[in-house]
Write a protein that binds this ligand. Structure first.
Ligand code: PMP
Ligand code: G9A
Length: 404
């Protein structure tokens, strides 16, 4: 039976995530710097067990029942408080929507805002699963280069100026803190400029913030864009995946009431609502301060692992290789000489040296660069970090010297 002739046009725009595909390749003997998985020791498993038992013995009638699409009220109220502590002021729980991870929010954003042919703007490189989600809706995606301060706002402004006669730019998608894949945190100056430019050219900003709460640099991270947004222009996404556990599949959106209403409509047809039981669990984790008490521990684990990877990179990498030094997030972005295609090199790395990474190409909206790779430092153990980087350096040398 040939299914191809039954498929909808839009399936042509559906592409597998390289991160998810890579997960299938990983065997016991391979050290993986691929998937962005948290360190399992950061999960508050015992607390989740206790909280779950209590919820099921006291409010199983609600926790196991269907719920409203926007989410459990207790959780949205807790989130208003939680975000308030980092300066994000929303009017109330009506401005919050609970999603199945922030990945669902990315898809909802595509559904609600993108017509085929619309322009959207992202950092370049950017989170590949965001590109994957948006692409289904047929936008023209313009990537703006980054430097160590984040998105180049001068290039952004030039781009918006040029596009202003051409068609509608719907939104600018940014991951300002501990960006995926580069680990870069956008400076305060750039954040202010980004808000000004978005206002001047009247475009929305989507601020994806999975990593802001576990910023492990010195002091506090620069202010959230949402905390500086006086116009209701910023749509803010975050998630429990990095501050509690990704298996809960819980994320949230904070935005103006009108945006939330549209998102709610989109979500109704996708899944009716997010798991009620998991929402009650998260509300209780927040209410009891479990998440906030766990955050310093997560920061410490990630800071230590980042330092180890940086140390291993300095020790083993050959000349001509450079990398970022993140203060947040889960990734180091490695740049190798331009004659190396990291996509092509992956096979040698996995099969001959037993080490995996995500090739950089898929993080670029136009896939224009081949000489980067993303390295996750949160999941592997300290020993694996050292051994994996040693192997990676060997794979790079081997690839460069291969007979052609
Ligand atoms: N956005 C970014 C920038 C991410 O790094 C991730 C997870 N790697 C997500 C969204 C999706 O996370 P989740 O669906 O688990 O909330
Ligand atoms: O497992 C996933 O797909 C989530 C991880 C995201 C990432 O590696 O950036």
């Amino acid at each position: 039976m040939n299914i191809g002739r039954f498929l909808a046009e839009r399936t042509r725009l559906m592409r597998a995530s390289e991160i998810r595909e890579l997960l299938k390749w990983i065997t016991e003997n391979v050290i993986s710097f691929g998937g962005g998985m948290p360190d399992p020791s950061s999960f508050p498993a015992k607390e989740i067990m206790e909280v779950t038992r209590e919820i099921l013995s006291t409010k199983a009638d609600k926790a196991l029942q269907y719920g409203t699409t926007n989410g459990v009220a207790e959780l949205r109220e807790e989130l208003v408080r939680f975000m308030g502590k980092v300066g994000i002021k929303v009017e109330g729980p009506e401005d919050v929507l609970i999603t199945v991870g922030s990945q669902e929010a990315l898809d909802i954003i595509g559904r609600v805002f993108i017509n085929p042919g619309d322009y959207i703007i992202t950092e370049s490189p950017t989170y590949l699963a965001a590109l994957q989600a948006f692409r289904i809706y047929g936008p023209r995606i313009i990537g703006i280069p980054m430097d160590e301060e984040g998105m180049r706002v001068d290039v952004l402004e030039d781009t918006l100026r040029k596009l202003s006669n051409e068609g509608r730019v719907k939104f600018i998608y940014v991951i300002p803190t501990g960006q995926n894949p580069t680990g870069i945190t956008m400076s305060m100056e750039r954040r202010r400029a980004l808000l000004d430019i978005a206002s001047k050219y009247d475009v929305l900003i989507v601020e994806d913030d999975p990593y802001g709460y576990i910023y492990f640099g010195d002091g506090e991270p620069p202010s959230r864009l949402k905390a500086m947004d006086s116009e209701g222009r910023v749509i803010y996404l975050s998630t429990f995946s990095k501050i509690a556990a990704p298996g809960l599949r819980l994320g949230w959106v904070a935005a103006s009431r009108e945006v939330i209403r549209w998102f709610e409509l989109a979500k109704q047809s996708i899944d009716l609502h997010t798991s009620t039981l998991n929402q009650y669990i998260a509300a209780e984790l927040l209410r009891r301060g479990i998440i906030e008490r766990n955050i310093p521990r997560i920061k410490e684990i990630y800071r230590t692992k980042r330092d180890l990877m940086l140390q291993a990179l300095s020790q083993y990498m050959p000349e001509g290789v450079s990398w970022t030094k993140p203060s947040a997030g889960m990734f180091i972005w490695l740049t190798v000489p331009e004659n190396i295609d990291t996509g092509e090199m992956l096979e040698i790395a996995i099969k001959k040296y037993g080490v995996a990474y995500v090739p950089g190409k898929s993080f670029y909206p136009n896939e224009e660069k081949r000489n980067n790779m993303r390295l996750n430092f949160t999941y592997p153990t300290p020993q694996e970090i050292f051994e994996g980087i040693r192997r990676l350096a060997l794979a790079i040398r081997d690839y460069v010297q291969r007979p052609r």
